[in-house]
Structure formats: structure tokens, C-alpha cells
Design a protein around this ligand. Structure first.
Ligand code: PRP
Length: 178
């Protein structure tokens, strides 16, 4: 275990098993829809890579680069698009892939942003859900794990751009970020 991690919340085997279930569930519902899978950078890059390999079906892979304005304390949750999609999503079924749903501000903004482009449907797939922190209601169609309000890192999630490469989800020791 990394020296800055106090406890492992979800180990590699648990994450892998859950993603296999999620991939199968999505595949059953989207088999003939060729959905556009949109990973929201950067946190979701590892989840996206494992999720699409668990989906035995055609899909298009896209990346959306976003950066939050300020500290996400306002309820507008406006985010800046730093890298846009490469394709037109009008009439397409879209699945937004996130590592974590926290306040909900990022996803609620992104859903409106994507809806303006007139997709056939938009669903959210998040690996982690921290409902205690929610500020706006966001409905995630697919959820991997509901977790407590702890400072988690690893499997794509960072603190100050570190720890994204840890193969598990761990709770950061308080002294690291205090
Ligand atoms: C994280 C995560 C979501 C967002 C969720 O991204 O990937 O995009 O925060 O938080 P919210 O529900 O409170 O809006 P972050 O801003 O840490 O950027 P990163 O993915 O590049 O690490």
C-alpha cells in the first residue's frame, strides 16, 4: 500500500468484478445502439478503459476535457470545456463515464451542455457515488459503488495530480492534505 494511503476502500478484485457487471448491464441495454461513450477527463481514464473492455458490443469512444471554474462552491457548477468531442452526437445515444459523482455540479452542467446537441439519450455511468456531498440532484443510471464522504484517491482519482496510478481506491491520510 502507498505510504500516504491510510486504508484501502476498494481493492483491485472488487473493482474489476463490479466493472464486469456494469459492462454486461450496459451491453444488454445498448447492444444495438452503438452508443457514444464519453469519458470526462482526467479522473475517468482508467475506469473508461476497463469499462469498454467489459462491454462486448460496438461503441464509439470520446473524451471531454473539463476544468472547474474556481472551487465548485457555487451552485452554477460552470465548468470550462478544455477539450471538446470529435463527433456530432445529434441523434446518438450517449453514456457519460465519470470516476466520481460528488456535489453533482460537474455532471449537471455537462448534461445540459450535451443535451443542447440533441442526442437521442444521455445516461450517466459513474464508478463512485458520494451521495452525502450532493448539492444538485443528478440521476446516474449506472453506479459502481456508493461510498462514504472520505478523501479517496487511486484508480484515476487524484490529489494534487498524484495517486491516479494506484490500482485500488484508497483513503488518503489526513496529514497529507491537511
Ligand atoms: C472530479 C470528477 C468529476 C467531478 C465530480 O473531477 O472526475 O468530474 O470532480 O465532482 P462534482 O460532482 O462535485 O462536480 P476533478 O475536478 O477532480 O478533475 P479530474 O477528473 O481532472 O481529477
Amino acid at each position: 500500500m502507498h505510504k500516504d494511503v491510510g486504508a484501502i476502500l476498494l481493492n483491485e478484485a472488487e473493482i474489476k468484478a463490479r466493472i464486469l457487471e456494469m459492462g454486461a448491464e450496459i451491453a444488454a441495454e445498448y447492444k444495438d445502439k452503438n452508443p457514444v461513450m464519453i469519458a470526462v477527463l482526467k479522473g475517468s481514464f482508467i475506469f473508461m478503459a476497463d469499462l469498454v473492455r467489459a462491454m462486448d458490443m460496438p461503441s464509439r469512444i470520446e473524451f471531454l476535457g473539463v476544468s472547474s471554474y474556481g472551487d465548485k462552491t457555487t451552485t452554477t457548477g460552470a465548468v470550462q470545456i478544455t477539450r471538446d468531442l470529435d463527433c456530432d452526437i445529434e441523434g446518438r445515444h450517449v453514456i457519460v463515464v465519470e470516476d466520481i459523482l460528488d456535489s453533482g455540479l460537474t455532471l449537471s452542467y455537462l448534461i445540459s451542455y450535451l443535451q443542447n446537441r440533441k442526442p437521442a439519450s444521455v445516461a450517466i455511468c459513474t464508478l463512485l457515488d458520494k451521495p452525502e456531498r450532493r448539492k444538485v440532484e443528478v440521476d446516474a443510471r449506472y453506479k459502481g459503488f456508493t461510498i462514504p464522504d472520505a478523501f479517496v484517491v487511486g484508480y484515476g482519482l487524484d490529489f494534487a495530480e498524484q495517486y491516479r496510478n494506484l490500482p485500488y481506491i484508497g483513503v488518503l491520510k489526513p496529514e497529507v492534505y491537511a
